[in-house]
Design a protein around this ligand. Structure first.
Ligand code: NAD
Length: 699
């Protein structure tokens, strides 16, 4: 519950506000702070005011629960509160501990003095939501820290430790420990004066040149993002009279709010927070304690998963089929930690402490007391059967039995046990210790508290957990398959691997599909296609990637795939062999290559994701469109400023998406069936609705 405490100490009024978990500036907090300021103003015994947070931190900024609600603007709004602080006749000293971000820092900038603990972190992260600080931050910060530091802080959005700002006018004092006593000291002293940041001159003789230089830099670094440039424009406007600069900042803020990039980044922010909510598993669902874990299979995934647990302080048993596999697995984990020690990211002592949390064993019996066991053995139903039968026999009652399978039926795996309600899928992404996404696969028998525990575990392991129903490929890989099919059709029809990758990279993906294939191993897709051709003979696939694999070109691991790698993995070179392979393949299937423009490439690949996503949504494999977006944003490198495939389609407009799909269906070399709009997409396109907002009412 929000609260503001008011007390007087000597002649100083101390106003401490709290609003767990991050002391956000919700309407009631703003209201109570304003009331406390008035109380201090009208008390003749009070000479100065100290404003501080509580619970060891100042404020995380605006209250995200108020975003897009009238409460965000209800008076006193943040800008009005800031004016109240700045125009106070009695000096206001802000005491900053912990974090001081966004609106919290903007409020502090308007105070007359600031005292911070050395380890406090101050920042303006608005740019990460495609915005700029809209409550005077771009005008006051450069007056206090200088233009260059202000640009760095506002454009990066990264918080800066107080001790690095100690020499600037931003901080009057930097202290060890709690800053309130020092703030009261300052407030009670003669030094305290109601000087206003807005009245300070902006000292920067080379303002224009500096801003121009910075603008050029950010345009190259983020060609698709308008916010960083606007941040610099607004900082430059601080060279004008204060009110003019402030008006420019306000206008820019409102304009940025309307950009697709900001809408997308804000969508991504909220989508991630919504993902952990499951309708029929309320937050009050009890969760099981996870204090000891076991991992079966110490290969690529098992090793990475073990690291996730150990990094979170949870000890693990690591089980392998034989000593050699076990030694290899432990050595791989040690190698990853050693690399971090070498880079200075981890101390040797910490590395040793983490390694000591791993108990390698060949005996299944040894893991009986684990609270959760995650199976990461070979992707074969027979091996999974063997392992789950053993786990069912051995594991203590109440233990959660999880599988990391990427493609196999979790319900079938659960049926190998006499406790299918305790079985759940925990689909980590590779490298498991790096990738943020965790798909939690809910089997038809999975108990609600097992699901709730898996979701909680996701948080503990610092993952973004998204719940998926059971289907082949779950949410992410099922959609990726369609993306991959289109990517190879494009090669057949006339595009080169580098054109396809270039178009997707210009759209914002870190890597196009062919580079990803080379990185992950083209043989993985080959194996899947072989299986599919048996399971779904009606399903059409290009045989081009098979021919690539038949040449042994699996990707980086074999020295070449869609590209050659003579200069290392980061520098793919167009390959003559592949060029010839593609030309021969086109001739074999009777295609005369045509010129394909980049828009077609992007639309075909993205709408392939969207159409499958629509099916996944309708089948309730994903609970909400935003969950699909989160999967793609955190697991597949979909550009954050596009908001994920479903949100992107919403912004384009589903009518237009469907129109484009119908156009692609007329392509003689395509696969017309591929482009049949999913029924949900079709309905929404007709009704004017959106995936994220539901049915519209147009027709
Ligand atoms: P891997 O081949 O690298 O490792 C599997 C390990 O399991 C091997 O070390 C093997 O010795 C061990 N093993 C086999 N049978 C065993 C048994 N009965 N008892 C104990 N250990 C046994 O495979 P991986 O890439 O780590 O994949 C493991 C699982 O994770 C698979 O189900 C796979 O589909 C899934 N997965 C893989 C990826 C990926 O990118 N590699 C991503 C997500 C999920």
């Amino acid at each position: 519950m929000p609260h503001v405490e008011y007390r007087t100490e000597r002649s100083v009024a101390v106003i401490a506000f709290g609003n767990p978990p991050v002391n956000s500036l919700s309407h009631s907090v703003r209201f109570e702070i304003a009331a406390a300021l008035e109380r201090a103003a009208s008390d003749p015994s009070v000479r100065a005011i100290v404003l501080t947070g509580s619970g060891g931190l100042f404020s995380g900024g605006a209250d995200i629960r108020e975003f897009n609600t009238p409460a965000a603007l209800r008076g006193p709004n943040l800008r009005q509160l800031i004016v109240a602080v700045e125009t106070s006749d009695k000096p206001v000293v802000v005491a900053i501990a912990g974090t001081c971000l966004g609106g919290g820092l903007e409020l502090s900038l308007a105070a007359h003095h600031r005292v911070a603990s050395a380890d406090a972190r101050l920042g303006l992260p608005e740019v990460k939501l495609g915005l700029l600080p809209g409550a005077g931050g771009t005008q006051r910060l450069p007056r206090l820290v200088g233009v260059e530091t202000a640009i760095n802080m506002i454009v990066s959005g990264e918080p800066v430790p107080a001790k690095l700002l100690a020499k600037t006018a931003l901080l009057d004092r930097v202290v060890d420990g709690d800053p309130v006593a020092a703030a009261v000291e300052l407030a009670a002293s003669k030094e305290a004066a109601a000087r206003r940041t807005r009245d300070l001159p902006l000292v920067e003789p080379n303002l224009e040149a500096l801003c121009e230089f910075a603008r050029n830099g950010v345009k190259t670094q983020w060609p698709n993002l308008p916010a960083p440039v606007r941040c610099i424009d607004a900082i430059e406007a601080a060279g004008k009279p204060f009110d003019e600069g402030l008006a420019f900042e306000r206008r820019s803020f409102l304009e940025l709010m309307q950009t697709p990039q900001s809408q997308s980044l804000r969508h991504a922010f909220f989508a991630e927070r919504a993902a952990s909510k499951v309708d029929d598993v309320p937050e009050s669902t009890p969760v099981r304690q996870i204090e000891k874990a076991a991992i079966v299979g110490a290969g690529t995934m098992g090793g990475g998963i073990a690291i996730c647990f150990v990094n979170a302080g949870i000890p693990v048993w690591l089980v392998e089929a034989n000593q050699e596999g076990l030694d290899r697995g432990v050595a791989r984990i040690a190698g990853i930690y050693d690399g971090q020690v070498k880079k200075g990211k981890l101390t040797q002592a910490e590395r040793d402490r983490r390694m000591a949390l791993i108990t390698p064993t060949l005996a299944y019996e040894a893991i009986a007391q684990a609270d959760i066991v995650i199976e990461a053995v070979f992707e074969s139903m027979d091996v999974k059967r063997e392992v789950f039968t053993a786990l069912d026999r051995i594991m203590k009652r109440g233990a959660i039995l999880a599988t990391n399978t990427s493609t196999l039926d979790v319900n079938k795996i659960a049926a190998f046990t006499k406790r299918p309600q305790e079985v759940v899928g925990t689909h980590f992404f590779s490298p498991a210790n790096v990738m943020r996404l965790l798909e939690i696969v809910r089997g038809k028998a999975t108990a609600p508290d097992v699901l709730a525990t898996a979701l909680r575990l996701g948080k503990t392991l610092r993952k973004v957990a998204v719940v998926s129903g059971v289907c082949d490929g779950f949410i992410g890989n099922r959609m990726l398959e369609q993306y991959g099919r289109q990517a190879t059709y494009l090669l057949e029809e006339g595009a080169s691997p580098q054109q396809v990758d270039g178009a997707m990279e210009a759209f914002g993906f870190a890597m196009g599909p062919n580079r990803v294939g080379d990185l992950a191993g083209n043989d993985i897709g080959w194996a899947i296609r072989k299986r599919r051709r048996i399971e779904r003979p009606d399903y059409k696939y290009s045989t081009l990637p098979d021919k690539l694999c038949e040449l042994g070109r699996f990707g980086q691991k074999t020295g070449g795939g869609w590209y050659d790698y003579p200069n290392g993995p980061r520098k793919p070179q167009p390959s003559r062999v592949v060029e010839e392979l593609i030309a021969r393949h086109r001739a074999d299937i009777g295609i005369t290559p045509r010129k394909i423009d980049n828009d077609e490439i992007v639309d075909r690949l993205v709408y392939a994701l969207v159409n499958e996503g629509a099916k996944i949504l309708e089948e309730k494999i994903a609970a909400r469109a935003s969950d699909i977006d989160v999967v793609y944003l955190t697991g597949y490198g979909f550009p954050a400023a596009r908001g994920g495939p479903m949100f992107y389609a919403d912004l384009v407009g589903l009518y237009e998406v469907r129109r484009r799909m119908r156009q692609f269906a007329r392509n003689p070399h395509g696969d017309p069936a591929f482009w049949t709009p999913a029924p949900l997409l079709d309905r929404l396109a007709t009704s004017g609705g959106t995936f994220n907002g539901g049915e519209g009412a147009a027709v």
